[in-house]
Write a protein that binds this ligand. Structure first.
Ligand code: ARG
Length: 459
């Protein structure tokens, strides 16, 4: 075991205590960020004359060498160190000698870890966003190809009114578009650099915090040193956004599982994105969709965990905050994987258009349109609703759809029915007449698709 802080102690740490306290087995993930932050810090110390140019150069070169060696595998991160910061500093001193001991001037592990975590989260905000954009492209292409693919729209999981695949997928386009907006918002709010906050109260060295911030691509330095080392809001916000993404993916997965069931048969998943059963040879299971739905739980868990960890922490840094990492790392990787796999799954999924259209025709999805037909002939809507209700009951008894009745049968319910009713309640008319902004009608959908294409092209 190796520690940065032995001076004040007269006894070695109990091994179990060391192990309990240590974080290297998970914060080694922050190695690239730790190096990047340390280089920026050293460059700033050099510019400010706190380090000589030679010292600064030796440190920067040393750090770059450590990065290269870890990346090419010739140096292995030593897990007997307490944390990643200790590993980097100890290796630097081992390689360049006493000059390495000057790197930590005007810095604490508190602002160091706050920076590392921020850099990590910031880069993954961009990564998740890029994957969501891929998903949106996949949804967009499906929409484009299915403006006239009819399917039933549901409420209460009961057939309600006919829609199209383009319209149904458009709902998810909106959800993931909002998710991207949330990420953009989080990025802008978190993009301030905590380095230079020291342990909690800044430092007496003449650091140039603006300079370090700009070297690391931040908007500027954070404005309160106590908040800088104890703020994990950006982790919470990111996990909340990730949880919302998973909630959306999970709803979508649930629908695909239903559509893929033997009863629905609306879609056919590609063999490359399905799995079989070890005992039942006929099975082709939607495991990817089920796993995405299932993994939503662990992402929510990460959010609940950090919210609970943070709720009782007095200012400023407390060791509790080390718990911000493991579940966050896991949640981020989980979401990145889920978005990617889900995208592949829907890209390769086939729609059984005839099955969907047939299903859209059964189940009286045109009942509202039949009522609207009577309204157009002067019947008040409430009366029309009652007439069609009785008509549906009659059809259920005969086990037929409204459009299968003869005009004479229809006229026994209302003398306003004329032969043009059949066209008015056809599946095509039911969808095509819905032309309000945001509705499934062909022209409305074209307008939305144009807007989506422009959005994806520019953002
Ligand atoms: N491993 C610690 C963490 O993740 C680093 C900061 C340690 N600071 C301290 N004062 N013990 O939060």
């Amino acid at each position: 075991m190796a520690q940065l802080w032995g001076g004040r102690f007269t006894k070695a740490t109990e091994q179990k205590v060391f192990d309990f306290n240590a974080s290297i087995h998970f914060d080694k993930n922050l190695f690239p960020q730790d190096i990047e932050g340390s280089i920026a810090h050293a460059v700033m110390l050099g510019k400010q004359g706190i380090l000589t140019t030679e010292e600064k150069d030796a440190i920067v070169k040393g750090l770059a060498g450590i990065r290269e060696d870890v990346e090419n595998g010739s140096l292995v991160i030593d897990e007997t160190q307490e944390d990643i910061h200790s590993f980097v500093e100890a290796t630097l001193i081992e390689r360049i000698g006493d000059t390495g001991k000057k790197l930590h001037t005007g810095r604490s592990r508190n602002d160091q870890v706050a920076l590392d975590m921020r850099l990590y989260v910031r880069s993954h905000v961009l990564e998740v966003d890029a994957r969501l954009k891929e998903l949106l492209w996949a949804i967009y292409h499906i929409m484009e190809e299915n403006i006239e693919t009819y399917m039933p729209g549901f409420t209460h999981l009961q057939k309600a009114q006919p829609v199209t695949v383009a319209h149904h997928f458009g709902a998810y386009f909106e959800m993931f578009k909002r998710d991207r907006l949330r990420l953009k918002d989080i990025y802008a709010r978190m993009n301030y650099c905590p380095l230079g906050a020291g342990a909690l109260a800044g430092t007496t060295y003449p650091l140039d915090r603006n300079y370090t911030a700009s070297l690391l691509g931040f908007e500027g330095p954070t404005a309160n040193s106590m908040d800088s080392v104890s703020d994990r809001d950006y982790v919470i916000e990111f996990l909340a956004a990730l949880s919302t993404i998973m909630m959306h993916l999970s709803r979508f997965s649930e629908e695909i599982i239903i559509w893929n069931s033997n009863e629905y048969r609306f879609v056919e998943l590609d063999d490359a994105y399905s799995t079989g059963s070890s005992i039942m040879p006929q099975k082709k299971n939607p495991d990817i969709a089920e796993l995405v739905r299932g993994k939503t739980g662990r992402v929510y868990g990460a959010l609940m965990s950090i919210l609970t960890t943070m709720k009782g922490i007095p200012l400023a840094y407390n060791k509790d905050m080390q718990e911000d990492k493991e579940m966050t790392f896991d949640a981020i990787l989980t979401v990145e994987n889920c978005v990617e796999l889900f995208t592949g799954m829907i890209r390769t999924m086939k729609f059984r258009k005839e099955v969907m259209a047939k299903s859209a025709m059964n189940g009286f999805t045109n009942a509202t349109d039949a009522a609207d037909y009577l309204v157009n002939k002067g019947v008040p809507f409430r009366d029309a609703h009652g007439i069609i209700g009785r008509l549906v009951l009659y059809c259920i008894d005969k086990n037929v759809g409204i459009d299968a009745l003869t005009i004479e049968e229809l006229q026994t319910f209302s003398d306003k029915f004329e032969p043009d009713v059949f066209d008015a309640i056809s599946l095509k008319t039911c969808v095509e007449k819905r032309l309000t902004y945001g509705a499934p009608g062909f022209e409305s959908m074209k307008q939305i698709l144009k807007m989506y294409e422009a959005y994806l092209a520019e953002d």
